[in-house]
Ligand binder design. Structure first.
Ligand code: GLC
Length: 741
């Protein structure tokens, strides 16, 4: 149905009607304006499938829908087309159900593997998460279904999520925790942003004007609706002023009444209300596709196509995988009901929840001895000894991965570890199938010949797993998060989930592989890792600061896809930086023997760092190393590129300016003599030193590089406060002169 432009409708609305628009209608709708023929818009979860709740016979129930791989699995495809494929599939369900906006994707960083919702998030790398989310959002919205990126921002734990303050310095805030949102919002323009429950440096995200208006709208250019997470509003008027347009779910009118009262008391201007109501109207009146029934079978085919690309072959030795058709195997553990999603608001109801890997494996061999977990260790060991080849199913229980709680440990359940110890000791050729949505400790990794991580791959998990186990599908997934050896090695180990309502992000920018590489901590499986049943060679790498080009060849005997990753290293960093930072990736499918020349654009922002002094990102001009690899730990080639940096932003000289900042910056050259006279003791201004000029070659200058100007009164008896002030004035005059050029 076509509507007038939001502005025209707004002019016809009363103030109470506008205030009503800023409060949800029920649990899943915006209000409409019945008097003007405007109906509300429906929104539902979630990121990996539609969770449309309906009231039936006085009870809430959820309509069945297609369950795609959850975010951590989808990310493992490293394929933007798979992100789009999943989004398109979910959009079809949304259109069929008359849903205008899907509440996803979630792009929060995986600061700790313990976060209970990590299965709902893409990565520990902000560039990856943002670029992958952009593909998902663009695809979703090309179907006419809105996307709502969440949870904005710094929402990295479930413990005390309604009150905890994420205490994070400016640099990690911008470089690590906001970056994925910035990339996705600017690249894909989601219709909505869901602000998070938590506080950031003490302030509720819902009440942060800096976050919701200065940064999100004025700096990033976001024009859609900012909605609250459910029950996230602490002070409705303060949040309206900060830029929160829509309180969800309904506050049963109290939010509206707070707004009307604040207007009546003159505490806020009606322009604030108009601003919010206009945005909600625009979303509610956006023309949406007419409902079309979905082809459930076709949806499942899409779910399977995605799952095939999301599983990660972590280990494969002694030719353990693929299994041979008809081969005699012992299948041990919960193979009849693989987990395929996490729990909480993202949970999808599916028509056929079986995910029976045993039944799927029987399509390839009928020579299976099956020992379910309940039959106990003795039976499992007996079958392992009798069959030799064993497929052992292990994984996290649903109780470990759900919204509202974090894990306390990275360990698998004790009884599973006991089973693993016994079975892996007895099996001649063990294979482990691991089903979880987030990293776990794998103390038995060296005792199995092969390991396949299914992740939580949605309704087609079992089918895809069986296809990969028997070689019908060649695995091509790679980890978009590190699997550390143990919890104690993780960067946030001392500061997760914090103490009561304070969580200090003391590790700064060093999360995930950035941390493990910087500290040279060995990991179980590195970021970007994933094996194939074939092999790939990289050659002829070339490129510049904007892109790299290389040849990738399938050197094996079967078709496969390779994820080529590009990492950046700053060769002369101004600040502490990780050894490598992901700045590009692509997935390329190759027939046996086939080679392709691929060009991978480099995300330029990765060269920069957030300069807390300047309050913005800054790119140092100079040399950087770009490396290409099959994982962050499997680098196949590198080149040095010269990056055109930002002009040094004017930072005026003052008493606490370091010598080095003046000596190393040629813009101060005209003031260097007065600078030297003030700063260097007469005793050190020898003819030899003077001949070297006021440069790094001059030992007297070099000795004081790490001093600040005000210290000259101690080291130079000829210096005075007056001379220091004159020096500062001369330096800044030189700076102004240089900036005018
Ligand atoms: C939740 C979640 C959010 C979800 C919303 C609606 O508490 O944090 O991700 O979209 O409520 O269910």
């Amino acid at each position: 149905m076509k509507h007038l432009p939001a502005e025209a409708i707004l002019d016809k609305m009363t103030t109470p009607e506008k205030a009503n628009l800023c409060d949800g209608e029920g649990s899943w709708h915006t209000h409409g304006v019945e008097r003007l023929g405007i109906s509300g818009a429906m929104m539902t979860d979630g990121p990996h499938g539609l969770r449309k709740m309906v009231m039936k016979d006085g009870k809430w129930s959820t309509n069945a829908a297609t369950c795609m791989p959850t975010a951590s699995a989808l990310a493992a495809s490293w394929n933007r087309e798979i992100a789009a494929h999943a989004a398109n599939t979910i959009a079809k369900d949304a259109i069929a159900e008359g849903v205008a906006v899907v509440l996803g994707p979630g792009v929060n960083m995986k600061r700790s593997p313990l976060c209970g919702r990590n299965f709902e998030y893409f990565s520990e790398d902000p560039y990856f998460a943002g670029s992958f989310a952009a593909a998902y959002i663009s695809a979703m919205q090309q179907n006419g279904v809105g996307s709502c990126i969440k949870h904005f921002a710094v929402n990295n734990q479930e413990t005390r999520r309604f009150t905890v303050s994420a205490n994070v310095a400016a640099r990690p805030l911008h470089e690590t925790y906001l970056r994925a949102f910035e990339i996705a919002i600017q690249a894909a323009k989601p219709e909505a942003v869901m602000e998070s429950y938590n506080r950031i440096n003490g302030k509720h995200a819902a009440e942060s004007r800096w976050l919701l208006d200065d940064l999100l709208r004025k700096k990033w250019g976001f024009e859609g609706v900012v909605m609250s997470d459910w029950d996230a509003v602490n002070d409705r008027v303060a949040s309206l002023e900060a830029g929160l347009d829509l309180e969800m779910p309904t506050s049963h009118g109290s939010g509206r009444d707070y707004i009307l009262a604040a207007l009546a008391d003159g505490k806020i201007d009606e322009s604030l209300l108009d601003r919010a109501a206009r945005r909600v109207l625009a979303l509610a009146t956006k023309e949406r596709p007419a409902p079309v029934p979905v082809d459930r079978a076709a949806q499942h085919v899409a779910a399977l196509a995605c799952a095939r690309e999301c599983m990660v072959l972590l280990k494969n030795e002694k030719g353990a995988l693929p299994l041979a058709k008809g081969e005699r195997i012992a299948v041990i553990g919960e193979a009849e009901a693989l987990r395929y999603q996490g729990s909480g608001s993202s949970k999808v109801v599916v028509d056929s929840p079986a995910n029976n890997a045993l039944a799927e494996m029987k399509k390839y061999t009928d020579n299976i001895t099956y020992v379910p977990f309940a039959d106990g260790i003795d039976a499992a060991v007996g079958a392992a000894k009798a069959c030799g080849k064993v497929v052992l199913f292990l994984g996290l229980p649903e109780s470990a991965e759900f919204e509202g709680a974090d894990r306390k440990t990275m360990a698998l359940p004790k009884e599973q570890l006991e089973l693993a110890d016994a079975v892996l000791a007895a099996a001649a050729q063990p294979v482990v199938v691991l089903t979880c949505g987030a990293p776990v400790e794998l103390p038995f990794a060296d005792r199995t010949d092969a390991m396949l991580l299914t992740y939580l791959c949605g309704e087609a998990t079992a089918e895809a797993a069986a296809e990969i186990l028997f070689g019908e599908t060649n695995p091509s997934g790679k980890l978009a998060e590190t699997f550390p050896m143990r919890l104690e090695d993780t960067p946030s180990y001392f500061n997760f989930p914090g103490t009561f309502d304070n969580c200090d992000y003391a590790e700064g920018i060093y999360i995930g592989y950035r941390y493990y590489e910087k500290k040279k901590i060995p990991v179980r499986f590195p970021f970007g890792h994933g094996l194939s049943y074939t092999t790939f060679a990289y050659s002829n790498l070339a490129g510049d600061e904007n892109a790299v080009t290389l040849t990738v060849k399938n050197t094996g005997s079967r078709a496969g896809s390779e994820v080529v990753q590009v990492y950046m290293h700053d060769n002369a960093p101004y600040v502490s930086r990780p050894p490598k930072e992901l700045c590009g990736y692509t997935k390329v499918a190759l027939a046996p023997g086939e080679e392709k020349r691929v060009t991978i654009p480099v995300e330029r922002r990765v060269y920069s760092f957030y300069d807390e002094v300047r309050g913005d990102f800054y790119t140092r001009g100079g040399d950087y190393t770009l490396s290409v690899g099959a994982s962050s730990a499997d680098i196949r080639g590198e080149i040095v590129v010269c990056v055109h940096g930002d002009a040094p932003k004017t930072v005026r000289v003052h008493r606490n300016t370091y010598f080095r900042d003046v000596i190393l910056d040629d813009r101060y050259a005209p003031a260097r003599d007065i600078f030297a006279a003030a700063m260097l003791p007469r005793s050190e201004r020898t003819p030899e030193n003077e001949a070297l000029g006021n440069t790094m070659d001059n030992p007297a200058v070099r000795r004081r590089m790490h001093y600040v100007l005000r210290q000259a009164v101690y080291s130079n008896p000829d210096c005075s406060e007056t001379l220091i002030e004159e020096t500062i004035a001369a330096c800044n005059a030189a700076l102004e002169g240089a900036d005018k050029q």
